[in-house]
Write a protein that binds this ligand. Sequence first.
Ligand SMILES: [Zn+2]
Length: 459
Amino acid sequence: MKRKTITTVGIITATLSVGLVTLNASENTGAALAKTKAVKIVKTKKLSGKAYRAKKGYLYKNKQLTKKSWSLKHHRKTTFYAKKQVTVKKPNGKKAIYFYVVTKNHRTKGYVWRGNLKRYVVKKSKKATTTKKVVAKPTVTKTELQSLINQSPDLDPTGKLLSLSKKDYQTYDDLFDTNFNLTNFSDTGVFKHHQAKLYVKDSAMNASVAVAIKKWNDALGKTVFTLGTQGNHTMTVKLGNNQENDQEDNWIGLYDRKTVLIDQTDFNDVDVGNSSTADPDLKQQYESLGDQVKQNKDKYDAQKASISASYQSQFSEINQKVSQATAAERTALTAQRKQLAVQKRAALRTLQDAYSQKDTVLRSQRSKVLKQLISKQHTNFIGAVIMHELGHSLGLDHTPYLADMLFANGNLQGKYTSANVKYPWEEFKGPEVKQGIDTGILSQRDIDRAKLTEQLGYW
Ligand SMILES: [Zn+2]
């Protein structure tokens, strides 16, 4: 899919530093000037018109300094431009330097003692700054990029590959696609501000969708997927039927531009996904109940043996006596032995009843936990299938690595994958580990690829 190329235009603004330069005020204060007697001009010198401001003193209308027009403390924000420098001799014989200044519009002008003026550096207005259009260039050449790709693990963009410039990603998008099995599978508008809103049409899938959303968001460290409503969503998750869909047979999940489909038959079969990782607490409960069943049985067996042994010794004792007894004694002993047998049966029955009762309770608890376990496994498995499909929505195509959520067992004839693949495969590559779809854990490769597709603008 051909993507839009955007030219970045940046504006460079020249900013001048703003600061005040203070003149050396060595003369006596202007305020002390005689008002009544005029001063004499000794020397006049032209100035270049630099800007000044004053916080105190006076602006005199005339160079004889007899007429004040402004008290400068009320005009602290007025900028004056010095046009002339006038050296005067005061009636007391001392010399002083005054600047002839004007305001910007020349409506106010006059003389100010130099000691009261401070240089003022005018901040250039934005209008005055020069703007320059900058067309971004890639920061790496194609060869350099290929070399970076070669240094990265197979199909796993790492390091610098994830922090290039926007222009790099725009320029070399095809190279990225092919080297990391990426394709922009989603319709425009599925991701707005890097976020997709999912509407779960069949609420039975809520728990599985929640699993998928949380894991992707946690892995990417941001809210990429969020729940929407029927009236406000960009993506739909719903049940479908793989028999009715002619794109591919035998799928459990499918992503089609803006829709995640989960096969209804698989979804309703709680045994689907029974090799998935389930809640560890439930698993522990299940195993613990199994142990308790066994312990109950062992205890029962031991107590049964103990009861039997105890009666056996009593029987032996009686039998011993019988062999040496008189006829009358023998009748009594026989009755005693009969009585003992009745007691033994009763003791064993009591023991067995207690055992059976406990066994029934434990087994029923265990089967309840097993049901929860299977349901949770199923939920997690469907959640992982949805994670896989959401991976497609982010622009990730399949990989041959088992641990990846985006693993697929082949890409023959483009049947299971798009054209943008690095190489074809018929069998998995790498270590024979538990499948991502069963562990429900996104691999680092899944996460890195998703970070790259964000840079490529696929989401
Ligand atoms: Zn897939």
